[in-house]
Design a binder for this molecule. Structure first.
Ligand code: ZN
Length: 330
């Protein structure tokens, strides 16, 4: 049985900055909050491995702390789902998703999250950065749960693409946004060295400087999600040539965060299963035929759309959705 009670420590255990995320269970007993004292007392809260298979954040923290002798600001590092990281899983079958448990609720994971929140609020948390990876190729972007300037300013210093999303409202950064500037960063796919590079630079900057707080209203794009495209339970999904009802181009994720012209091909619909797709949107009047259609078996866009989080991981598509549709707010 994996232990899910929070451990709080105030120094870096031997081996932590060198080990693989899969081996963290040998060093830490379970989810661990590490408070490191720096010159400025109010801590930057950095969260990683809420999803055990998303290792870019942990690798970036290792890199930054290995090279940092003295911290200009206190840093509190939360290393989340260590038992899932052991198996490179998002979460174990017996666990709740660690990024959906930050509102008060039942179960060990909720209790753990409340302990983290209490510890950070006692220390007057300065800002919150929760680091994730995408399952498909996306440009790096940050997610905010409010459009207040301080949150946008923090997101903007990670990169020019910002997604405004109020759901899930039980995510770590959505809940922390009540008390401090808070963002989720999505640093591309796992194992991409450029993600570690980018996140390391960003963390180094936020630890050493408060310049990000000087908000300027230029050079960023704020998007929000207007709908998700889902696959019906009864339909099979695969890549081209895999004998599925819906077959996707093997590089369909290159379309993420691009405006697609009407008629852009995404894949094929086979066996006459054009009713496999549906749209779940902000209002009930949205219908899939306004967005995607089939022309002689080719699955293509009907009007200009910008998809995000398109993935070729068919397990994820079944569990979550094929993609989200985005609109630009600012
Ligand atoms: Zn994640």
């Amino acid at each position: 049985m994996s232990r899910q009670k929070l451990t709080v420590i105030s120094s870096i255990p031997p081996g932590l900055l060198q080990c693989d995320a899969r081996d963290l269970y040998k060093i830490l007993q379970g989810p661990t909050l590490i408070h490191l004292v720096g010159d400025k007392a109010e801590p930057l809260f950095i969260s990683t491995l809420l999803h055990g298979n998303e290792t870019t954040g942990f690798q970036s923290i290792q890199r930054v702390l290995r090279e940092t002798k003295r911290l200009p600001r206190s840093v509190s590092i939360f290393i989340g789902n260590i038992s899932a990281a052991r198996y490179a899983e998002r979460h174990l079958a017996t666990q709740q998703d660690y990024n959906r448990v930050w509102l008060p609720g039942e179960g060990d994971e909720h209790a753990m999250a409340q302990d983290v929140i209490a510890s950070m609020r006692r220390r007057n948390v300065f800002a919150c950065i929760d680091i994730h990876n995408n399952s498909g190729r996306n440009p790096h972007y940050a997610i905010v749960a409010t459009q207040e300037e301080a949150h946008i300013a923090l997101a903007k210093s990670f990169g020019p693409r910002i997604v405004y999303a109020t759901f899930p409202d039980s995510s770590c950064s959505a809940v922390f946004s009540k008390w401090c500037p808070a963002i989720t960063v999505e640093a591309g796919i796992v194992g991409d060295a450029s993600g570690v590079e980018h996140v390391s630079d960003f963390l180094r900057y936020c630890i050493s400087s408060d310049d990000w707080m000087n908000f300027s209203p230029e050079s960023f794009a704020l998007y929000h999600t207007v709908a998700a495209i889902k696959i019906e339970e009864s339909c099979s999904i695969g890549l081209l040539g895999e004998d599925a009802d819906i077959e996707l181009l093997p590089d369909v994720d290159r379309f993420n965060f691009n405006w697609l012209d009407p008629g852009t091909q995404l894949g094929k619909v086979r066996n006459g299963r054009s009713s496999c797709l549906r749209v779940e949107g902000v209002d009930d009047t949205m219908v899939i035929s306004d967005y995607l259609g089939t022309e002689r078996g080719v699955l293509q866009t009907v009007k200009p759309i910008m998809p995000a989080m398109l993935t070729t991981d068919c397990e994820i598509i079944k569990m979550d959705c094929l993609c989200y549709l985005m609109e630009r707010l600012l």
